[in-house]
Write a protein that binds this ligand. Structure first.
Ligand code: CTP
Length: 417
């Protein structure tokens, strides 16, 4: 059970205000005390009763209610985290200019905890120089302003400006509670290519050889790097139904060959490659063009076909070789992942050191696996090994927390390199 924290959810007046209901519910269910502070216009979209019921706390919008409790100062002072979702262009402008004309903006001025804005507006508003300047001002002052998602907006429009899904906002909220300095805006101008999830190697049109990778760790790296300002492309294999992270270009692939093609295509323009995907080492040599049928004749119980396997390309090793051969002049950091159990020959770190040397990458993220660890779970721990011999233990925590440590290491490597 996580420690119970005091979270303020600010809600500005946009149609995405309805998604704030799910966010409030998720944060409450995570065990936190949530208080909703909507603007007057937010209440035109969602009623105060809904927010009161979901949070279990009273809803006020102006500084003239419950004056004796000095709410406009107390709410901000006592908060461990303020999340504004949705943050409209108007709310962002008021926050950037330090206005205090309602309870939410007064709260933003008195809060000394991390403040997370999740913008939602039409693409034109998001790209308007006024909004761009206001967002830059908030970021310069240490606030976290999420990149919005791209997709369907209100009406027939689509583009950048959608509110990230409630699940994603609450993931970042939890991250900031675990580590308040996890999302500095320090990766702008860096092009990061991440692979994540498991590959599926077809046997016939309906069957494949797959693996248990959930994709969560790679998605978390893509998500955190993008929110720290990097330009991120995610090559996504099979996952446990993860949605596309906000602000990330996602390319969906199936097999190891497709993953290799996608990485080869995007690697030349990338500065960083993070190979978190669980790539099959072998694929069926021959893929049946029609479904393989079992025999229904009596006495044919042992008609099981043998599946011949062929080695797949080692995508990570290929990228390392291409860089050595001068084909990837932009590539500054190549990060591999290793899932190890340890065996009679040596422990997890012994095998990981050997893998780092064999693969030739710059950084290796190591997870100890087996007995319910690492795969299909939300928490993780491990080590980060560098080619220069540096070894850092990654503290136990969410995969998003681990992703923030991995992005830190990439940032440090880029500054050194
Ligand atoms: N990898 C890859 N291409 C493959 C297999 C793996 O790029 N065909 C990458 C993975 O994305 C990961 C790293 O290589 O970053 C380590 O993968 P792993 O399968 O553990 O390494 P192997 O060298 O295959 O070692 P093992 O003997 O443990 O199978």
């Amino acid at each position: 059970m996580t420690e119970r924290k005091q979270i303020i959810v600010g809600v500005a007046g946009g149609i995405a205000a309805y998604k704030a209901c799910t966010l409030v519910r998720q944060l409450s269910e995570a065990g936190h005390s949530v208080r909703v502070v909507p603007t007057e216009s937010a209440l035109k979209f969602v009623g105060a009763a809904t927010f009161e019921a979901l949070s279990g706390n009273p809803v006020r919008t102006t500084v003239f209610e419950n004056v004796d409790e000095v709410l406009h100062v107390r709410i901000g002072q006592e908060a461990d985290l303020v999340v504004v979702a949705p943050a409209t262009a108007d709310l962002i402008a008021r926050a950037a200019s330090g206005r205090a004309d309602d309870l939410l903006t007064a709260t933003l001025l008195t809060a000394r905890c991390p403040v997370l804005f999740a913008p939602a507006m039409h693409t034109e508003m998001w790209h308007h120089p006024a909004t761009v300047d206001n967002v830059a001002t908030l970021r310069r002052r240490g606030a976290i302003v999420l990149e919005p998602a791209a997709g369907r907006l209100t009406g027939a429009d689509s583009g950048s400006g959608r509110l990230p899904e409630a699940e994603e906002i609450s993931t970042f909220a939890q991250l900031l509670l675990e580590r308040p300095d996890a999302l500095p805006y320090d990766m702008s101008g860096v092009k990061v290519l991440v692979s994540a999830g498991g590959t599926r190697e077809p046997i016939d049109p309906v069957r494949f050889i797959g693996n248990r990778s959930s994709g969560k760790q790679g998605y978390a790296v893509a998500r955190v790097a993008a929110q720290r300002g990097a330009d991120v492309t995610l090559i996504a294999g099979n996952t446990v139904g993860l949605g596309d992270p906000a602000g990330v270009e996602v390319v969906h692939i199936g097999s190891a060959d497709q993953l290799n093609d996608a990485v080869s295509k995007h690697a030349p323009e990338s500065h960083v490659l993070v190979m978190a995907a669980a790539v099959a080492d072998f694929r069926p040599t021959h893929v049946a063009t029609s479904k393989i049928k079992k025999s229904h004749e009596p006495g044919h119980a042992s008609d099981a076909p043998a599946i011949e396997l062929t080695r797949t390309e080692d995508v990570l090793a290929t990228a390392v070789r291409a860089r050595t051969d001068g084909q990837l002049p932009n590539m500054k950091a190549i990060v591999g992942f290793a899932a190890e159990t340890g065996d009679a020959n040596g422990d997890v770190l012994f095998h990981a050191r050997a893998k780092l040397a064999r693969k030739g990458c710059d950084l290796l993220v190591v997870n100890a696996v087996g007995e319910g660890r690492a795969f299909e779970v939300d928490n993780n721990d491990g080590w980060l090994l560098s080619a220069d011999g540096n070894e850092v233990a990654l503290e136990h925590g969410s995969k998003t927390l681990m992703a923030s440590r991995i992005v830190d290491a990439i940032g440090a490597f880029l500054r050194l390199g």
